[in-house]
Design a protein around this ligand. Structure first.
Ligand SMILES: [Zn+2]
Length: 221
């Protein structure tokens, strides 16, 4: 089938490894393994609703930054599965060390319908789904709903970010989250305002615990 979008993307961004430049793959296994994972990272930034956020890798790694950028802003959905590999490797290591890492439900930070259509996919959904399938955890598609498009968070203070996002989410099905230990997945975290606000909605519906997991935090120095 003739796929115009794919053809245009292939012309704009010929497929080559973002690390070493070898053709026909976005990130080769060797370069992917060069991305350092924070196996020792502990959860941080808890809020009243959010028990804590796990950050799988350091943001300031050139190949990782390029991969995240191409995934989100250049619409390369294929990179999602490769990037989910970082979350999976992080979780595998944690599971080996502790019984804590067991979740009843995996959820993704949502985009508005319009935004998802524009991008062609929700980057957090690809990550969350890939993680859930790998560990045989339940993934609830469309559980959280973003009601309207909020102003871009860039340039806002932590307080303004929280205000900007407050009230933007709702739940598709309250019964699904009651009593559950939930892992909420997003790509990159800044202040954690979005994860906190999503967690608030889940907790209000009776979720037992909500934990966040992101690939990286752009606030790392
Ligand atoms: Zn490579």
């Amino acid at each position: 089938m003739f796929n115009l979008k794919k053809l245009v993307l292939d012309l704009l961004f010929p497929i080559e490894c973002l690390g070493c430049g070898q053709p026909k793959i976005w990130l080769c296994e060797f370069c992917r393994q060069q991305i350092k994972i924070n196996f020792l990272s502990r959860a941080h930034l808890s809020s009243r609703s959010l028990s804590g956020i796990f950050v799988a890798a350091d943001y300031h790694q050139p190949t990782l930054l390029k991969a995240i950028h191409h995934f989100k802003y250049n619409f390369i959905a294929d990179l999602g599965v490769i990037l989910a590999g970082i979350l999976i490797e992080f979780l595998k290591n944690q599971i080996e060390k502790s019984d804590f890492f067991n979740f009843d439900l995996i959820a993704a930070v949502p985009l508005t319908k319009k935004r998802k259509l524009w991008r062609g996919f929700n980057q957090s959904e690809i990550l969350a789904k890939t993680v859930a399938i790998n560990f045989n955890w339940t993934y609830s598609s469309g559980l959280l709903i973003k009601k309207y498009q909020t102003k871009p968070q860039v340039g806002l203070s932590a307080q303004q970010r929280l205000m900007n996002i407050t009230g933007a989410f709702k739940l598709d099905n309250q019964a699904k989250v009651k009593g559950k230990k939930i892992l909420l997945i997003d790509d990159v975290m800044t202040t954690g305002a979005t994860l906190s606000e999503c967690a608030k909605v889940l907790r209000q519906a009776g979720a037992k615990e909500v934990w966040g997991l992101v690939i990286a935090s752009d606030q790392d120095s």
